[in-house]
Write a protein that binds this ligand. Structure first.
Ligand code: SER
Length: 619
């Protein structure tokens, strides 16, 4: 079965069981506290916490995901940066009578999973093992799941109990929905390692592979940081029980196609063959087992997808990760003599393999090729010089104890563009230590990652990406920022108070505002919102700021939707008596400074979330 058929089979299996097929959301999530979409559930967070009533009770998707944790693991059989996750969900209490259909919980989730693996994919039941949460001080043991697995035919001796690390999932950020989980593992070899009886799921020998994670999402992790800045976390039962599941498509494909690694499946093999042609390799298993080959294949795919979702190489946040991947691929490519033109051809191959499933790759093909090309031009020369400098440095290190100093690592970063992790990798290949703390001290000194970057996380307005803006651009951003507050209030006036800010990003050219709302806005609604904002601008309302305790700000009716992330004392900005919001600022002093407000785009951002882009014209 091909990976294309597998995606289709999964979605149609759940569609037949009353699930709505929801398209993948972007790799850049609405939640400003996390860098990337790392799981299928992220676009559904408001449905999982019960803060927004969903339009459908059950959903399924194939979600694009990106995990930075695994960058260093890439090269083994199954770890990837970019991957696709198949998932099915039930939001809310199965017995809720709110007119949007039945949901389900543990029993059905387990039954569906087994039905799909055994009846649809024909996997051998004897090779399936499961794990359950063994319980701890805060969350009880999941005996219910254990009994259900037994009921559905998994023998007791193939059910294993684990703790937090393995069998409690989430949240994706600091706080949010989470819960105990049960994982289905597949026995790849049927042969225990030297540990014999102890060779069970999660054994490091590689005999088992986790294929499906079923999360029984009935908790929310919260933060209580009111007192003395000490952050205390606690778990609360959600008002509803949810199901959140995820299968890594790459792994499942390997199991179904009976391959040892994802690189041998049809998700990678056409790209692998292209690479082999480009570098004049010989078609052999050993080529695909080479670490540098696997890194190139993983990273080229991730790079194409990141760029197609709008990431540009930079020195902060998502852009930094993209740059790291690009520089890493150039370095490993060098060892195979993979030049600029070949790298471009490899990217073209990725687009051609994935474009039917993800049309955004074709649409952004030009951007993908241009960005890879220009990063190659910028970095390949610096790489040569930097490697010479690196070798010079290490030849002078008196002993392994001394290692590379923070200052030296920082110089490699600023002069030759070696990200810290890159130098670390080079050093560790030669068994040399590196003073990371020293590196960060230097970084602080140079303010390369500015405090403004952090402001973004608290203020939630996406201000101050650590780019350097001209004075003029800063003024433009300030005006758009004040306009964002007016827009937020106007949306609530026109669409109702269910509108909540879900994210915001401001560049000197435009504002982008994500908010919870289940439907496309009509043109009348858009016009109304524009009209209100422009009226408020003409009224020349004064913008005032006050500092107060968070609790008092909330009591006074100030809008603030990133509550868990606010500090104890917050700034509250009021625009006349029209808008009041917790925000880090800065803002203009009177609304007339804004000019004319115009909405240029209204579109879906993810399930239940709309996105507006707007500009200000000078009048
Ligand atoms: N959220 C869970 C995971 O990422 C299940 O989808 O594993």
């Amino acid at each position: 079965m091909s990976s294309k058929q597998l995606r289709k089979k999964f979605l149609s299996f759940f569609k037949k069981r009353g699930h709505k097929i929801v398209p993948s959301s972007s790799l850049l999530p609405d939640d400003p506290s996390v860098l990337f979409t790392t799981a299928g559930m992220q676009q559904f967070v408001p449905f999982l916490t019960g803060r927004i009533t969903p339009l459908y009770r059950k959903a399924c998707s194939v979600q694009k995901c990106f995990r930075t944790d695994d960058i260093e693991e890439v090269g083994d059989n199954f770890h990837h940066t970019f991957f696709e996750m198949l998932g099915n969900w039930s939001f809310g209490d199965p017995k809720a009578k709110d007119g949007i259909g039945d949901g389900y919980f543990k029993k059905e989730a387990i039954k569906f999973a087994l039905e799909f693996l055994l009846n649809e994919l024909g996997l051998d039941k004897k090779r399936l093992y499961v794990t359950i949460f063994k319980g701890d001080k805060e969350i009880p043991k999941d005996t219910e799941a254990k009994e259900l697995w037994i009921k559905y035919g998994i023998p007791k001796d193939r059910i294993f109990e684990f703790g937090r690390k393995e069998n409690f999932w989430g949240p994706t950020g600091e706080v949010g929905p989470c819960g105990p989980c049960s994982e289905i593992h597949y026995d790849l070899t049927g042969k225990p390692c030297k540990r014999e009886d102890k060779c069970a799921p999660n054994c490091p020998c590689g005999r088992f592979i986790e294929i499906w994670n079923l999360v029984f999402m009935e908790y929310e992790k919260k933060i209580d940081d009111q007192k003395s800045g000490i952050r205390k976390y606690y778990y609360e039962l959600l008002p509803q029980k949810n199901i959140d599941t995820g299968i890594g498509l790459e792994r499942l494909t390997a199991v179904v196609q009976n391959k040892r690694s994802s690189y041998d499946t049809d998700l990678f093999s056409p790209i692998g063959r292209e690479l082999e042609n480009l570098v004049g390799g010989t078609m052999s298993d050993s080529f695909f087992n080479r670490k540098e080959v696997r890194i190139i294949l993983d990273h080229i795919r991730a790079i194409c997808f990141l760029i197609s979702d709008g990431v540009l190489p930079s020195n902060v946040e998502q852009g930094y990760i993209l740059r790291r991947l690009l520089r890493r691929i150039i370095r490993y490519g060098n060892t195979l003599n993979l030049g600029q033109k070949s790298l471009i051809n490899l990217a073209k191959k990725v687009v051609s393999v994935y474009k039917d499933t993800y049309p955004e790759l074709s649409k952004k093909e030009n951007d993908i090729l241009t960005i890879i090309s220009s990063e190659y031009e910028k970095f390949s020369k610096a790489l040569e010089r930097g490697l010479r400098q690196f070798n010079k440095l290490i030849s002078k290190i008196p002993s392994n104890e001394t290692g590379i100093s923070g200052k030296q690592a920082f110089e490699l970063y600023t002069t030759y563009g070696f990200p810290l992790e890159f130098t670390k990798e080079l050093a560790s290949e030669r068994g040399i230590r590196i003073d990371e703390k020293g590196f960060y001290k230097e970084l602080e000194k140079h303010k390369a990652i500015s405090g403004k970057g952090r402001e973004k996380k608290f203020g939630g307005h996406g201000l101050g990406e650590a780019r350097v803006f001209s004075k003029e651009d800063e003024e433009k951003i300030k005006r758009l920022h004040t306009a964002t507050h007016l827009l937020h209030q106007a949306l609530r006036d026109v669409l109702g108070n269910q509108v909540k800010q879900m994210g915001s990003d401001i560049t000197p050219e435009r504002l982008r505002f994500d908010f919870s709302y289940p439907k496309k806005l009509t043109s009348e609604q858009i016009e109304k919102v524009e009209k209100i904002v422009n009226e408020k601008i003409k009224e020349n309302l004064p913008v005032k700021v006050e500092e107060m305790k968070l609790e008092r700000a909330i009591e006074s009716g100030a809008l603030g939707f990133f509550r868990a992330k606010y500090p104890e004392i917050v700034k509250v900005y009021s625009i006349g008596s029209y808008s009041k919001e917790i925000c880090a600022g800065p803002h203009v002093s009177h609304t007339k400074e804004l000019g004319e407000f115009k909405i240029i785009k209204e579109e879906a951002s993810s399930a239940g979330v709309r996105r507006i882009k707007a500009v200000l014209k000078k009048v």
